[in-house]
Ligand binder design. Structure first.
Ligand code: NAD
Ligand code: MG
Length: 404
């Protein structure tokens, strides 16, 4: 891989510690959009993967169903009130059941798996992911917020523990794939593609009236609620710029965003000679999920293929940062660094939560994030504790502002 990533040639995604050579997977956030698609990949490849840990926040029904189908070693239900129900449902099996936030971190440190798929949404995914890295586990990272909050610490610990962090986010998987075989070549810049979301081409006078249901309709991807709103505001692309900075060790000026509404090119790398590599395919998260699980190998599948004879037009345009101000705020956070991305991320989580509950309108989200970024104290080189404190402070500030 590129010298700019922390993956060294010859280091595979996980030591296949199962006696039969199968990679043992822990899915943190197994009931979500990424988690369920990962289980589809695992179900289609029983000779390659086993499921060792499944976790969910409060969808106990689905967690139980998944546990009965995949027979993991351990399940964790975040909401402690649901522990008894899960425990009773799985009593006839030898699956261990734990509950609560602390249990997520504790199981992340356990010896029973090789690779964590970090598919919890938001800041809640940070501590289990950090614990996995500290425990020397390979991480397939869907949870971009972890890198936005404290990417410096995460990547440093990954290097110290010789842990590969393999991107699952489709753009970053594309870049990662473009870098295979390029370990001695420097990146000039990367080009992150963005679909533009459901409100591409719209102006603020339209956005002020958009409703939750409309914002939840993404044209190309079917995802969890939080990331779908982030895609509609373009905050998702901002989070992804910060994610890319840490994953590929880039300067902010090496990261460009281009709107590509068809979502066929998943992102590109431009090298020092001006040559550009792109990774393409139909928009289907199963592909980057599968690649992250099976890396460095590719495995066959029967997913639908992109057909050049059918889709004719691939188009590109500049993002409209004047209208989609969240992307501008994220670029500010990317440039300034320190705890500003963590502050922005926390305020964004609160704002999206409020929007999803119809407490604020679409443009109020930007307002809350901007004010929080201006008001929580800036720290240039935060410690881990300071990142946690900034997150808490920003959450409180944004929640007060919104009157949650
Ligand atoms: P989702 O809302 O569908 O699922 C989230 C999962 O996290 C669920 O299993 C839920 O039980 C768990 N969870 C939620 N809150 C939790 C908490 N407080 N404690 C513990 N567990 C909790 O989300 P998703 O769309 O699957 O996204 C997951 C992550 O992957 C996000 O960080 C997102 O940005 C990233 N991602 C998603 C996609 C996609 O296509 N869905 C694409 C790229 C990146
Ligand atoms: Mg993405």
């Amino acid at each position: 891989m590129s010298e700019q990533t922390n993956i060294k040639p010859g280091l595979s995604a996980a030591s296949n510690a199962n006696a039969d050579g199968r990679k043992r997977i822990a899915i943190f956030g197994s009931t979500g959009s990424i988690g369920t698609q990962a289980l589809d990949v695992i179900a289609a490849n029983p000779s390659l993967f086993t499921t060792e840990i499944l976790t969910a926040h409060n969808n106990e029904e689905l967690l139980i169903e998944q546990a009965l189908q995949f027979n993991p070693n351990i399940v964790v239900i975040g909401d402690e009130r649901k522990y008894t129900k899960v425990k009773e449902a799985l009593a006839p099996t030898d699956i261990k059941v734990f509950a609560g936030e602390k249990a997520l971190e504790e199981t992340a440190a356990m010896d029973c798996y090789d690779l964590m798929l970090a598919a919890i949404v938001g800041y809640a995914g940070f501590r289990p992911t950090l614990k996995a890295i500290e425990s020397g586990k390979a991480v397939a990272l869907a949870n971009k917020e972890t890198l936005v909050v404290a990417g410096d610490i995460i990547m440093r610990k990954a290097v110290e523990n010789r842990v590969p962090v393999i991107p699952v986010d489709s753009e970053h998987s594309a870049i990662f794939q473009c870098l295979v075989g390029e370990s001695r070549n420097r990146i000039e810049k990367i080009i992150l593609t963005a679909s533009g979301g459901p409100f591409l081409g719209r102006k603020p006078n339209y956005l002020v009236n958009v409703k939750r249901e409309h914002a939840l309709q993404h044209p190309n991807w079917n995802m969890g609620a939080k990331i779908t709103i982030d895609s509609a505001t373009l905050m998702n692309k901002g989070l992804e710029m910060i994610e890319a900075k840490w994953l590929f060790n880039l300067r902010p000026d090496q990261i460009q965003v281009v709107i590509h509404p068809q979502s066929i090119i998943h992102s590109m790398v431009q090298f020092e000679d001006g040559s550009i590599k792109a990774q393409m395919g139909l928009p289907d998260m199963k592909l980057p999920i599968q690649y992250a699980l099976s890396f460095p190998k590719r495995i066959p599948n029967d997913f639908p293929r992109y057909d050049f004879k059918k889709v004719s037009n691939l188009s590109f345009e500049e993002p409209d940062i004047k209208t989609f101000k969240n992307l501008g705020l994220a670029i500010e956070a990317l440039n300034k660094g320190g705890n500003l991305p963590a502050i922005m991320n926390a305020a964004n989580e609160i704002a999206v939560f409020a929007f999803l509950r119809n407490k604020i309108n679409f443009l109020d989200m930007t307002d809350a994030i901007e004010k929080t970024m201006q008001n929580v104290a800036f720290i240039e080189k935060p410690t881990l504790e300071e990142y946690f404190e900034s997150d808490g402070e920003a959450r409180n500030f944004a929640a007060d502002l919104i009157k949650l």
